[in-house]
Design a protein around this ligand. Structure first.
Ligand code: FPP
Length: 224
């Protein structure tokens, strides 16, 4: 059985779910947050140490302002209400991506990271204003600035995931088969599951089924 340390998820399909069920894309984001909570619980239950969630990409700024504001308000309220609970559950929160949000949200994100920084049960990386191409360009710039040899080990030092193992498993919901500029370096050898269900319809049983399938895959890493 394959060990499973790190799951990365592209939580796609909120907008479509919202339009279909409530005539509002934002209602889909609200419902999607419930799935986030279910998946966190199941991740802990399965003793997985790292969970990376793609919540907002560098490309998502192209969306209407109303939707962007709704998403960040949702995040702000979620952190205000739940950070204590996450901390009690020994969850560490880390933001990956560039934190150029309002000063109120940035300081809330910083304090959430600080409060939970010593926790060891599960690390949640929340990808916010994240893009893999930007991350890689920044890493190469650092290599150049420090006059370091370009190799995998040196480059990894400058990735935002530098201290953690690469994802073993990448899940994308929403019936779309693309990577959308997510962790392009880190998923080089991840097992990828594209799920038909929209994110708000995805539940802990669906997640567990993927975990079970992943555990039985023969992973070769280029060997035979
Ligand atoms: C992609 O679906 C989803 C997002 C861009 C936002 C993800 C946000 C959540 C799951 C809820 C908030 C999470 C936190 C942690 C506060 P989409 O809108 O692109 O869906 P579509 O493809 O149907 O349009």
């Amino acid at each position: 059985m394959n060990p499973l340390k790190h799951v990365a998820i592209i939580m796609d399909g909120n907008g479509r779910w919202g339009l279909k069920n409530k005539n509002s894309r934002n209602a889909g984001h609200k419902e999607g947050l419930k799935t986030v909570e279910k998946i966190i619980k199941e991740t802990i239950k399965n003793k997985i140490k790292f969970l990376t969630l793609y919540a907002f990409s560098t490309e998502n700024w192209k969306r209407p302002k109303k939707e962007i504001n709704f998403l960040f308000n949702l995040l702000e309220n979620f952190l205000k209400e739940k950070i204590e609970d996450l901390n009690n559950k020994k969850i560490k929160l880390k933001i990956i991506g560039k934190k150029n949000f309002s000063s109120r949200l940035t300081s809330l994100l910083n304090s959430s990271e600080r409060i939970t920084s010593k926790n060891k049960r599960l690390q949640i990386n929340l990808a916010l204003n994240y893009g893999a191409k930007t991350e890689l360009i920044n890493a190469f710039k650092e290599l150049k600035r420090n006059k370091e040899i370009i190799n995998e080990k040196n480059l990894k030092k400058y990735l935002q995931t530098k201290d953690i193992p690469d994802p073993d498993l990448l899940i994308r919901t929403g019936n779309t088969k693309r990577l959308s500029n997510f962790l392009l370096w880190q998923i080089a050898y991840s097992e990828i599951f594209f799920e038909k269900k929209l994110w708000p319809d995805f539940n802990e049983r669906d997640y567990y089924k993927v975990i079970k399938k992943y555990k039985n895959i023969k992973r070769n890493f280029g060997n035979i």
